[in-house]
Write a protein that binds this ligand. Structure first.
Ligand code: MN
Length: 712
């Protein structure tokens, strides 16, 4: 049974006394927190974190990792909060424990193999500090060692997850000592009969083959001696899971696999590796095409060694040749480079060590053919640029870091992106602009007839979402600019009591040329886009000679209202600050790229914007049947299901919800922001009445940014 004294003895060997004292403090704190909790086996719970810390102490990890290991379950299983940990043990330890808890909360559903790879990437993406992964691996290792008392189903689930996710991660990080044990334990839990059979067969064979093994070992030792090579030779055992996999995937019989004898030669330095290779090749004939130089070209996880296979008398002999350092790395991988070395600022020192490790790997790989692929690999593994989120069905989507629900929606399908109006993150309503985090479950809510908005271009980060939104906007934009430009010019003409029939063809051509337009349509588009002022064009069109018309004068003349329906399209947009609806007094401001923007009269933002721009007087046509956007701010008493109630009240008043999001929340109340589609002032009044009838509603405002005297 793992004891704290044994742990302290172990870390005394490599940590300074003050660091050892900190680890002991973390132990005392964890012990108090888990007081009265027991494992399924009946042991006090604290046994588990001590064992996890012990696994990491054997990898000679730093004191912060050990403290986090001792405390790794307190956030999840006790009253202790992340803030408590930060206050007692510092920010780093608190972050590590929090990271481990987040990994624990993710439920890995058993999925196809392709998904397993995504799960691995998600796990790495969620751990901002690689030490989080090391604690999680040690946690998993101890849980696998003590699976016994658990339910059959739970055992299978944990074992599957171990083989699909954690053993491959240990392999990626090069930590073979943990990887091999996880694999054998996972294999035994999942396939107890097969594992038992192979174990028995191996044991029997080992007895029979002892003589041969000693014989080969002796002759290998002799051939090193003859060449004055320092080094030692170790006989190797294949582990059960690798034997099983070779039988299953390489279709080899048990005896084919076991008739191969495996040895490892450990040398003093790299040069001796190659000399030792020459030595064994002269003692036994090498098998063609079986030699691999992983020293010159390491494996993607940094593993280095020479591999060769020799003809024995009747058997094959597999040989690995490597230095002490390479051996260390093969066993402990990234942890070997993390081991505690000095007492100055551990985190920085560790970070520097990891950086050195990465850059040394890069150097090695720069000479290899597939170096790019390698660097890409390491980067994705350790410093991911991507996030990984779940769909409601449990599939995993990969998105660029900073991605929002809009990106998520477009990555599922363009039509879903175009029609999305709201979303849920981990089942809670959230804003479409909220950056997503790895591990979250995201659900998109769509509405028929919903359209992407120009503002989404600032919210989306993925190329796919951006190009889909742009494509949509561009398609709509040209047609609508044309219609709007034409309407604006015709209105300006009629305000000076003129029409198209008053304009000669020759003169029209001159006006087009003057405005650098190839066609009348192009001129309309330019006016619609706000690049040209409609009243100036109108005056040019009716002028008998000369094109100079004073803009100031034109503006002041232009008092007659343009009638609008609000359905003119993208180039006539409603200001987001005041969301005017039919019935509100309105004005228009031509703003260049976004066309004519309609504000409520007296809107504060509109006043600011007016400075150098022309104000266009507008009125609503009667009998509007189209939909308009209104933003409401609702303060609600906090109660279960209240957002859904609010949404259904709005729907019952026949208004569509474009967006609903929680703006603020405390224990008593929530402030909800909702953007809805309504048909005018009277419809809005109906909606507001419905909402007010909800008991939980404390206050309700229409969000309009106007001068106080014009306040809505
Ligand atoms: Mn645990």
């Amino acid at each position: 049974m793992p004891s704290i004294d044994a742990l302290i003895d172990r870390i005394d060997q490599y940590l300074e006394p003050d660091k050892v004292a900190l680890v002991r403090q973390a132990y005392e704190s964890a012990k108090t927190a888990h007081e009265g909790q027991f494992r399924r086996s009946g042991d006090p719970y604290i046994i588990h974190p001590v064992a996890v810390a012990r696994i990491l102490a054997d990898l000679q990890m730093d004191h912060q990792t050990l403290m986090a290991a001792l405390l790794h379950d307190v956030i999840e299983d006790t009253d202790v909060s992340k803030e408590d940990l930060a206050a007692d043990f510092g920010e780093s330890v608190a972050e590590l424990v929090d990271g481990v808890s987040k990994l624990t909360q993710i439920e890995f559903k058993s999925k196809a193999e392709a998904q397993a790879h995504n799960f691995q990437k998600m796990t790495l993406a969620m751990a901002k500090d690689i030490r989080v992964i090391l604690v999680k691996l040690a946690d998993r290792l101890h849980n696998m060692r003590t699976l016994g008392p658990l339910h059959h189903e739970k055992r299978r689930r944990i074992a599957t997850e171990t083989l699909d996710i954690y053993a491959p991660i240990a392999n990626r990080l090069g930590i073979n000592s943990i990887r091999i044990e996880l694999e054998d334990l996972g294999f035994a839990a999942l396939y107890p009969m097969r594992s038992k059979y192979i174990r028995k067969a191996v044991k029997k064979l080992r007895g029979n083959h002892n003589e041969i093994i000693e014989d080969i070992q002796h002759s290998l030792e002799k051939c090193l001696e003859q060449r004055n090579l320092e080094g030692h030779i170790i006989g190797r055992e294949k582990h059960l899971f690798s034997i099983y996999n070779k039988m299953k995937y390489k279709h080899k019989s048990f005896h084919e696999i076991m008739d191969v004898y495996a040895f490892r030669v450990i040398t003093k330095n790299e040069e001796d590796c190659y000399r030792a290779l020459g030595a064994v090749h002269s003692a036994y004939k090498p098998l063609p095409f079986r030699f691999k130089d992983y020293i010159a070209v390491p494996k993607v996880n940094g593993y280095q060694s020479l591999h060769t296979t020799l003809f024995g008398k009747h058997v094959n002999i597999e040989i690995q040749i490597r230095t002490d350092d390479m051996e260390d790395f093969a066993n402990y991988g990234i942890a070997a480079h993390w081991q505690y070395k000095d007492d100055s600022s551990m985190t920085l020192a560790n970070q520097a060590r990891i950086d050195r490790w990465l850059s040394s790997l890069k150097q090695i790989r720069d000479h290899a053919d597939d170096s790019m692929e390698f660097i890409e690999h390491v980067k994705i593994e350790l410093f991911p640029d991507e996030i990984y989120v779940f769909t409601p069905k449990g599939d995993i989507l990969e998105l660029p870091a900073g991605a929002t629900p809009i990106d998520f929606a477009y990555s599922i399908h363009t039509d879903i992106g175009n029609a999305c109006v709201a979303c849920r993150i981990n089942k809670k309503l959230a804003s479409l602009s909220e950056p997503l985090q790895s591990g979250q479950t995201v659900e998109v809510i769509t509405a028929p007839g919903a359209k992407p908005s120009r503002a989404w271009l600032n919210i989306a980060v993925s190329a796919k979402a951006k190009s889909s939104i742009r494509h949509y906007l561009k398609q709509r934009s040209e047609a609508e600019s044309l219609d709007l430009g034409k309407a604006l010019i015709e209105k300006s003409l009629s305000s000076i009591k003129k029409s198209w029939k008053d304009i000669g063809e020759e003169h029209l051509a001159k006006v087009l040329e003057h405005n650098q337009a190839d066609s009348l349509d192009e001129l309309f588009i330019n006016v619609g886009l706000g690049n040209r002022m409609p009243y100036i064009i109108a005056r040019q069109l009716i002028a008998n000679s000369g094109m100079e018309i004073d803009a100031e004068q034109a503006t002041s003349d232009d008092k007659q209202h343009l009638m609008i329906k609000g359905t003119e399209g993208l180039n006539l947009s409603f200001a987001k600050c005041c969301h005017p609806i039919p019935g509100d007094p309105i004005i228009g401001i031509a703003t260049g790229p976004s066309g004519l923007v309609i504000h409520s009269e007296g809107c504060r933002k509109a006043m600011d914007k007016l400075q150098n721009r022309a104000k266009i007087h507008l009125s609503w046509v009667k009998d509007i049947t189209d939909e308009f956007v209104v933003e409401l701010r609702v303060e609600l008493e906090r109660q279960r299901g209240i957002i859904a109630e609010l949404a259904s009240a709005i729907t019952r008043a026949e208004a569509n919800i474009e967006r609903i999001g929680v703006e603020e929340q405390n224990a008593r109340m929530s402030v909800v922001n909702v953007v809805i589609h309504i048909q005018g002032r009277r419809h809005l009044a109906r909606v507001i009445k419905r909402i007010r009838s909800l008991k939980a509603v404390i206050r309700l405002n229409r969000v309009v940014d106007t001068h106080p005297k014009n306040g809505a």
